[in-house]
Design a binder for this molecule. Structure first.
Ligand code: NAD
Ligand code: DAU
Length: 353
């Protein structure tokens, strides 16, 4: 075990962003051991990591971050030196349907991990507890302005309230116990392996299957989109070079209204599928708005650029085209991850507790 210079627990590594972070660290850092700790909820799929699952510096452990005993055993078993914490319930609509699972995983799970790290990291070795969070903790913007690291927290959905709470606990552990934490708040990600319940992958799979494209409300809400591999590169840079105790905003200055994004997707998909221009757009269907729907998110990522020289590597046009190609080439993956009863997953989980 000690032959590895770092033994990093990555939680939620079988999910969308986590799988990109695991892949990046496993392939870029052969001197590190990466321990992917994931409960494998409906959103966690080991198919996401099939290309690296046999790498010698990668191991998978199925466990729940809320399970104190399991976290304790894993810290001991692998002599964990660092944590990159991504495990979370991540879908806003599910949090509106039932917030409790979000409290368990996002709040209690994060504090369980903080406590485990506090107990084990008593040596002089430098450690990092890196918490991956969201721009949604800052609330909702009107037409002007951007979220900076100084923007006061104003979460408005059960999901963002649970993430805000976890961020507060992470900072509290730094101030109270000097736990060496780092934190980042990122805008909406898109890319391969994104579970097809979120806007972009849902629209791609519905266009493919010629099903209705549900647009909430008037479609004029704005999101700021970042390619998931650029988020993974930002996490790499912050993990290695970010200042302990600080947080960094991550985003790509790439705002779209939902409706113009979906129109653009329809146009690209018509071209790629050889369908007549305008045919996919006919599937657009306006439906009831999301309760408490945040109007606009937009990230100011100057700190990350100026202090750590991070920039997104590709344009949205390139990233979206690559993303569509990945879904068109991976229809088996879509079938596999949507084959379970994922629509009712949350309800079942809660009732089983
Ligand atoms: P995801 O839903 O795709 O993946 C979450 C992963 O966590 C899954 O593999 C799931 O099995 C695992 N998990 C859930 N509960 C767990 C538990 N109790 N114990 C262990 N594992 C558990 O989520 P994502 O979109 O990849 O988001 C990852 C992280 O990044 C989250 O913390 C999220 O808040 C944050 N984030 C996401 C975005 C985005 O646009 N998707 C943007 C900014 C920040
Ligand atoms: O901003 C970062 C956040 O982005 C992350 O923290 C979350 O984990 C992630 O899920 C995402 O949250 P959003 O709510 O912004 O993403 P979602 O893909 O669910 O929705 C994007 C926008 O599209 C939002 O305004 C709601 C709208 N929408 C969504 C779906 C699923 C629709 O109009 N129709 C849909 O079917």
């Amino acid at each position: 075990m000690e032959k590895y210079t770092k033994r990093i627990m990555i939680t939620g590594g079988a999910g969308f962003i986590g799988s990109h972070v695991v892949r990046r660290f496993v392939t870029h850092y052969p001197a590190y051991l990466l321990i992917n700790v994931d409960k494998l909820t409906y959103a966690g799929n080991l198919e996401n990591l099939i290309d690296i699952e046999n790498n010698p510096n990668y191991v998978f452990e199925k466990a729940d971050v809320v399970d104190k005993k399991a976290m304790d055993e894993l810290f001991l078993k692998y002599k964990i030196t660092d944590v990159i914490h991504l495990a979370a319930e991540s879908h806003v609509d599910r949090s509106i349907e039932g917030p409790m699972e979000f409290v368990f995983t996002n709040v209690v799970g994060t504090v369980t991990l903080l406590e485990t790290a506090r107990k084990h990291w008593v040596d002089k070795e430098p450690h990092v507890f890196y918490h991956v969070s969201t721009d949604e903790v800052f609330g909702s913007l009107e037409e002007e302005g951007f979220f900076t690291e100084q923007t006061p927290y104003d979460p408005r959905s059960p999901y963002s309230a649970s993430k805000a709470s976890s961020d507060h606990f992470v900072r509290a552990y730094f101030h109270t116990y000097q736990l060496p934490i780092k934190l980042s708040n990122c805008s909406n990600n898109y890319g391969s392996h994104h579970f097809p319940e979120k806007l972009i992958p849902l629209m791609i799979t519905n266009i493919l299957n010629e099903k209705p494209l549900p647009i909430y409300g008037n479609g004029l809400n704005i999101r700021d989109w970042l390619w998931v591999e650029d988020h993974a590169s930002a996490i790499d840079v912050i993990f290695h070079n970010g200042k302990v105790g600080e947080s960094y905003n991550v985003g790509g200055l790439n705002e779209w209204t939902n409706i113009s994004l979906v129109h653009y997707l329809c146009q690209l998909m018509d071209e790629k599928l050889g369908r007549p221009a305008g045919s996919s757009a006919k599937l657009i269907t306006y439906i009831a708005d999301r309760a408490g729907h945040d109007q606009r998110y937009a990230i100011d990522a100057h700190k990350l650029d100026e202090e750590l020289a991070w920039k997104p590597s590709i344009t949205f046009e390139e990233g979206l085209s690559k993303t569509i190609d990945w879904y068109l080439d991976n229809t088996e993956w879509i079938k596999k991850v949507t084959s379970g009863d994922y629509q009712n997953y949350y309800t079942k989980q809660y009732h089983n507790r």
